[in-house]
Design a binder for this molecule. Structure first.
Ligand code: ADP
Ligand code: ZN
Length: 657
C-alpha cells in the first residue's frame, strides 16, 4: 500500500511513501502522518492512497513513519472537501490552518470583564424560552439536522436557552459548539459560561486570544472524545469534532462571521453544512435575524421561535429626528430634542450613550475652491483629520500634517471644509453644550489602547461618567443598567455604503444600539437623527423588525440579489495596477465566453474598482457573478486557469461586506 502526501510546511509537490505493513488496511486519506524528509521527520497530510506504484515510477520510495493522533470525526473529510469546493481552495489549506493555529502564540485581546458576574442561579425559564428548549431537546437525543432561528429581542434571555441546551447535550456526552461574531464577544461568553454552566462541563475557547496551553488541552480533549463546549469565532468550525451534538450561532445576522482574509469563509454557512453532515440541530439566535435566515424559515422548512419580551426593563421609545430641520439648534449635529433629553438625563443622574459609526476627528478635508480631497497615496481612501491637525489613513496608518495651502489650487487653509464628524468632535461639541457633564469616548481609536478603553467602560458602568460617545464597539454585549437615553447621531451614514445589503445591516445595527437603552428601566428613549428619510426607520421597533422582511425581500427580488440568487465575488490582486487591470479584463472575457454554455441566465458584472481598491500597495479589482446555482458558478469559474494569471484570484460566495 502507498500514500501520496503533502507536507504541512515546506514544498508543495506531492510526495509518495510506502505504508508500513503493521498499519493494516485502514483508510488514511485526510489523516496526518509523520514522514521522513532527508534526515528529519515532518508532518504531512494524506491526499491519496493506492495499492500499486505507477509503473513509470523512478524514485526510491521510503516508508512513512507514524500516524499522528487525530480526533476521530467520521465526517471531517467530507466537510473539508465541501469547504474546499465552495471556496475554491485546496482542502489542505483548512487542515494547515488549524494545525498552525494550535501552536501559534495568542494575541492580547483581553476585554473589560466589567459585567458583575452573576452567580449560577436557579433559572426558571419563561414560557417562551421553555417552548424553544422543548422543541429542540428531542433532536439532541435523537440527532437530526434541524435549523432553528431564535428571534429574541434584546434582553429576552436567549442565553438561557443556549445554556439549557448545552447542559442537556453534555448530559448526553456530546460536544457543543457556540460561535460568536467576534473575539471580544467569545471571551465574554467564555467567562459567562464558566460561571453559569454546571461546573463539571469543560469549556474551551478557540480563537486568537486563547492561550496556546488551552488550545493543546482542547486538542487533547478532542483526541480522547470527551464531551466539551467550544466557544469561538471562525476557527472552531474547522476542527475535527468527535461527538458533535449541537451548534449554536449567536448574533447570527452579523457580517463578522465572514472572515476578512481570503478564503473568506463564512463560519455561519460552514456551521449549517456541518450540522447537516453530522445530522444534528443548529440554533441561530439574534434580536435581528438576517434576511437570508428568515427567508430560509419561509422557504426551506427552517423553524422559528420568538422571545418577544424582555426579561427585565421595558423597550425604549424610539423617536426619529431629521437633521436638516435646523430649528432652535445650537449645533448642527445635536438636534433640540436630543439636547433637551440629555439635559433631562443629567438632572435625573441617568446616563446617555451617543452612537456614531465613525472614527477620528472628522471625515475628510476638502478644498472649497477646487474640490480637492486629501487622500492616501497608498490606499485610495480619503484621509481622516484628527484634532492634532494630523491627517491619517485608516488602512495603512499613513500620517501627515494638514498643509497650509491646497496642493491643487494653492488656496489657503481657510478654504478647507472639514466635512463629516467623528467621535472626538462629538465630545468637543457636547462639552460646549453641556459643560457640567462628564463625557468620554470609546471607539476604535481608543480601543487600540486597551487599558484606557477598559477604564472608560468601567467608569461608565460605575456611574462616574454621564455620557459615553462611541462606535459599534459599545453596542455589543455590554449592559449598562443606568442608561435611559441613546442618541444616534447620523443614522443614515451607513445606508450610503455601496453594498446591496446596506439597508439590512444599517437597520440591524440601529436596533442593536437602541437595545442598549432601558435594560433595567421602565422608561427610556432612543433618538435617531438622520439626514434623509428612509423606510428602515419605520421598523426600528424590535417586534416590528420581522416586518422589515416583507418590505426588503421584494426589493431584493426586483434587483436580483441574494437570497433570490447566488452572488459570487471574484477578486484579483496584484502590485501593479496595469497588471490587475488587464488581467481583470482577460478574466472577464473568459467568463463571458464560457457562461452561455453552462447557463445563459447567469450574469457577469465588472470588472470594478472596489471602494477601497488599493491597500498596502496592492491593487484590487472585482468581478461579480450572479446565478441560480452555486455549482454552475463554480463550473464557470473552472473555465479560468488561475495559474496563467499573475494576479492572485480569490473566489467568495455570498460576499457580505
Ligand atoms: P439576550 O441575550 O437575549 O439579550 P440575556 O440572555 O442576556 O438576553 O438575558 C438578559 C438578562 O435576563 C440576563 O441577566 C439573564 O440572566 C436574565 N434572564 C433571562 N431569562 C431569565 C429567566 N428565565 N430567569 C431569570 N433570569 C433570566
Ligand atoms: Zn493608506
Amino acid at each position: 500500500m502507498y500514500i501520496q502526501v503533502r507536507l504541512l510546511k515546506g514544498f508543495s509537490e506531492p510526495l509518495t511513501y510506502e505504508v508500513p505493513q503493521d498499519w493494516g488496511a485502514q483508510n488514511l486519506i485526510g489523516q496526518l502522518v509523520r514522514v521522513p524528509i532527508k534526515t528529519q521527520l515532518r508532518s504531512a497530510l494524506v491526499l491519496k492512497q493506492f495499492a500499486n506504484l505507477p509503473s513509470n515510477n523512478t524514485f526510491t520510495i521510503r516508508q512513512a513513519h507514524a500516524i499522528e493522533p487525530f480526533p476521530s470525526d467520521p465526517h471531517y473529510t467530507k466537510f473539508i472537501t465541501l469547504l474546499s469546493n465552495y471556496y475554491q481552495v485546496e482542502s489542505l489549506h483548512f487542515v494547515k490552518r488549524v494545525q498552525q493555529f494550535l501552536v501559534e502564540k495568542e494575541m492580547d485581546e483581553q476585554v473589560a470583564g466589567i459585567e458583575p458576574l452573576e452567580e449560577r442561579k436557579k433559572i426558571i425559564l419563561t414560557d417562551e424560552q421553555q417552548k424553544a428548549v422543548d422543541f429542540l431537546a428531542p433532536y439532541l437525543e435523537n440527532p437530526t439536522f434541524i435549523a432553528t432561528v431564535l428571534h429574541g429581542v434584546t434582553g429576552s434571555g436567549k442565553t438561557e436557552v443556549y445554556k439549557q441546551l448545552i447542559e442537556k447535550n453534555f448530559m448526553l456526552h456530546k460536544n457543543s459548539l457556540l460561535l460568536l461574531p467576534e473575539v471580544s464577544l467569545a471571551i465574554q461568553f467564555e467567562t459567562l459560561m464558566r460561571s453559569q454552566l454546571r461546573s463539571d462541563i469543560p469549556i474551551f475557547g478557540f480563537h486568537s486570544a486563547t492561550p496556546t496551553k488551552q488550545k493543546r488541552l482542547l486538542w487533547h480533549a478532542l483526541l480522547t472524545s470527551q464531551p466539551i463546549v467550544i466557544i469561538g469565532v471562525h476557527l472552531p468550525i474547522l476542527l475535527p469534532l468527535p461527538n458533535l451534538g449541537l451548534i449554536i450561532i449567536d448574533e447570527e445576522h452579523e457580517i463578522g462571521y465572514q472572515e476578512k482574509k481570503h478564503p473568506k469563509v463564512n463560519s455561519k454557512e460552514a456551521a449549517i453544512w456541518r450540522a447537516h453532515i453530522h445530522n444534528i440541530p443548529i440554533l441561530l439566535g439574534s434580536a435581528t435575524p438576517s434576511l437570508t435566515s428568515l427567508y430560509n424559515v419561509k422557504t426551506k422548512g427552517w423553524h422559528f421561535f420568538q422571545l418577544k419580551n424582555r426579561f427585565a426593563g421595558q423597550f425604549p421609545k424610539v423617536k426619529t429626528v431629521l437633521l436638516n430641520d435646523k430649528r432652535q439648534r445650537r449645533n448642527f449635529w445635536i438636534s433640540k430634542p436630543l439636547e433637551d433629553a440629555m439635559k433631562d438625563r443629567l438632572q435625573k443622574k441617568e446616563q446617555t450613550i451617543i452612537f456614531l459609526n465613525r472614527r477620528g476627528y472628522s471625515f475628510f478635508v476638502q478644498c472649497k475652491n477646487c474640490s480637492f480631497i486629501f487622500s492616501c497615496n497608498n490606499c485610495s481612501v480619503s484621509l481622516t483629520l484628527h484634532s492634532d491637525n494630523k491627517l491619517t489613513c485608516h488602512y495603512c496608518s499613513f500620517c501627515t500634517t494638514v498643509p497650509s495651502q491646497c496642493p491643487a489650487c494653492k488656496q489657503g487653509e481657510s478654504q478647507f471644509i472639514k466635512k463629516g464628524i467623528g467621535t472626538q468632535q462629538v465630545v468637543s461639541i457636547l462639552e460646549k453644550l453641556l459643560p457640567q457633564a462628564r463625557i468620554a469616548r470609546a471607539d476604535m481609536d481608543t480601543t487600540l489602547k486597551k487599558k484606557e478603553w477598559q477604564k472608560t467602560i468601567e467608569d461608565f458602568h460605575a456611574g462616574n461618567l454621564d455620557i459615553l460617545v462611541g462606535t459599534q464597539t459599545i453596542t455589543k454585549g455590554y449592559h449598562f443598567p443606568n442608561v435611559t437615553l441613546v442618541g444616534v447621531l447620523w443614522a443614515d451614514l451607513n445606508l450610503h455604503f455601496p453594498v446591496y445589503n446596506a439597508a439590512e445591516t444599517t437597520l440591524q445595527q440601529l436596533i442593536q444600539v437602541a437595545g442598549r437603552a432601558g435594560r433595567q428601566r421602565e422608561e427610556s428613549l432612543v433618538i435617531i437623527q438622520t439626514m434623509i428619510e428612509h423606510p428602515i426607520f419605520s421598523f426600528l421597533n424590535e417586534i416590528d423588525y420581522v416586518k422589515f422582511f416583507n418590505h426588503e425581500i421584494e426589493k431584493r427580488k426586483e434587483i436580483s440579489y441574494p437570497p433570490f440568487i447566488r452572488l459570487v465575488e471574484i477578486e484579483l490582486k496584484h502590485m501593479h495596477e496595469s497588471t490587475v487591470d488587464n488581467e481583470a479584463i482577460q478574466l472577464m472575457t473568459i467568463l463571458l465566453d464560457a457562461y452561455e454554455a453552462i447557463n445563459p441566465d447567469m450574469m457577469i458584472l465588472g470588472p470594478a474598482k472596489p471602494p477601497v481598491h488599493k491597500i498596502k500597495n496592492t491593487h484590487a479589482r472585482k468581478i461579480y457573478i450572479k446565478g441560480s446555482s452555486i455549482q454552475e458558478i463554480i463550473a464557470l469559474f473552472h473555465s479560468v486557469n488561475r495559474t496563467r494569471f499573475r494576479s492572485q484570484i480569490f473566489f467568495t460566495p455570498n460576499p457580505v461586506s
